[in-house]
Design a protein around this ligand. Structure first.
Ligand code: GLV
Length: 391
């Protein structure tokens, strides 16, 4: 044998039970795990396609849309950004992207790879955009697509979306929105707000595993996709083909790829749980937990990256790293001692903040108390270690 069976695979699989209180993924509920433990099915079996139809109905509810082009991409949220860009842009098209953290920059990188001309409006990490700033960008750059992130998980900033669709349409531009880290904790009203392309993360407030990403496209977006002069560059993400597989156009299903039945079960159950709670209750729960977390962090004397509470995303709280600790010591202590995830910063906030997540199944008042206890203990550990290193 050129390569022998590896020794590591002779040991039992090891998966510790961690509490994921970072910016995602969140823990799956036992009901989702149970659903995913069922036997796999074929990608075109009647039972599978029935589950796909149920998932589409669930996605329409979470996005508050009646769009027929509503489905999942079989990949993590990153693929949904790619899908927006590669379906709605053709080489030479101008796209305007709002950048106030890592995700706007990442979307810009992706759009450029599809040959689009990328223009940006930028504001400092932790701030959001006004309609006026966005309108100025639309006037200046005349984009065919404007793309914005409702919940910047790298900074914990919330972006209101009301009136944005109408504004974009007035300038003949489609609106694409990322709700990966926000949906379930703040309102999302795709049809009422005239959003043309949207997606969310399965692994955040829905508490399903990552790897299957809900998306929806408006009729305007669909028209753009069907009138493209060039084919979508990525076969796997081509909405005309995927829409056929997900039966979005009222035609017989056509095989596109082998969807993971297991992930479908998990997402289906996560959507069922979300629907049972209801959007408003989910938002209320996340916001109540976030307020309790802010109060506790205030008591600990922490400084928030975002001072204005109205600009804070309930799901991701960003706390400035105090100058008496090394952030890594704090997160490592929590992980090693308690299998507890607190996260450091990302992109522009790397090394500058801690990020505490309150998402889906994990967003409970008990978990907030537990998080505050562990965070305080980990900070104390970090402080003594830092002090000792200075002696
Ligand atoms: C991922 O979404 C992150 O913000 O770390």
């Amino acid at each position: 044998m050129l390569v022998e069976p590896p020794k590591c695979l002779t040991k039992p699989l090891f998966v510790p039970n961690k509490l994921l209180m970072g910016p995602g993924p969140s823990n799956c509920s036992p009901r989702v795990l149970q659903a995913m433990s069922q036997q796999t099915l074929g990608h075109l079996h009647t039972e599978t396609t029935y589950i796909m139809d149920e998932i589409k109905e669930g996605i329409k509810y979470i996005f508050q849309t009646r769009n027929t082009l509503t489905l999942c991409v079989s990949a993590a949220g990153h693929a949904a950004i790619e899908a927006v860009m590669c379906n709605l842009l053709e080489p030479g098209d101008v796209v305007l992207i709002a950048v106030n953290g890592i995700w706007g920059d990442r979307a810009s990188d992706m759009a450029e790879r599809y040959g689009a001309i990328v223009r940006q409006i930028r504001t400092e990490p932790g701030n959001n955009f006004t309609l006026k700033q966005i309108e100025e960008g639309l006037v200046k750059y005349k984009p065919v697509l404007f793309f914005i992130i409702q919940g910047e998980s790298s900074t914990g900033c919330y972006q209101p979306l009301e009136h944005l669709g109408d504004l974009c349409h007035r300038y003949n531009c489609l609106l694409g929105v990322d709700t990966v880290a926000s949906l379930g904790s703040v309102p999302v009203k795709m049809d009422e707000w005239n959003i043309d392309a949207i997606y969310t993360g399965s692994q955040k407030c829905l508490s399903a595993p990552p790897g299957i990403t809900p998306m929806s496209f408006s009729k305007k977006a669909e028209k753009k996709i069907f009138s493209r002069k060039t084919p979508v560059k990525v076969y796997y993400l081509d909405m005309k083909l995927l829409g056929d597989y997900w039966n979005c156009f009222g035609k017989p299903r056509i095989y596109h790829h082998t969807v993971s039945a297991t992930l479908l079960y998990g997402l289906r159950e996560a959507l069922a749980i979300f629907c049972e709670e209801g959007i408003d209750n989910s938002i209320r729960r996340h916001q109540t937990c976030a307020r309790k977390l802010y109060e506790g962090l205030d008591r600990l004397g922490m400084q928030f990256l975002i001072r204005d509470v109205n600009k804070r995303l309930p799901t991701v709280t960003t706390i400035a790293v105090p100058d008496f600790v090394n952030w890594r010591d704090v997160v490592e202590y929590a992980m090693k001692t308690y299998y507890f995830e607190i996260s450091g910063g990302l992109g522009p906030t790397a090394g500058k903040v801690f990020r505490i997540g309150l998402m889906g199944y994990n967003a409970t008042l008990d978990n907030v108390d537990y998080t505050l206890r562990i965070f305080e203990e980990s900070l104390n550990y970090g402080r003594s270690k830092f002090k000792a290193s200075k002696l």
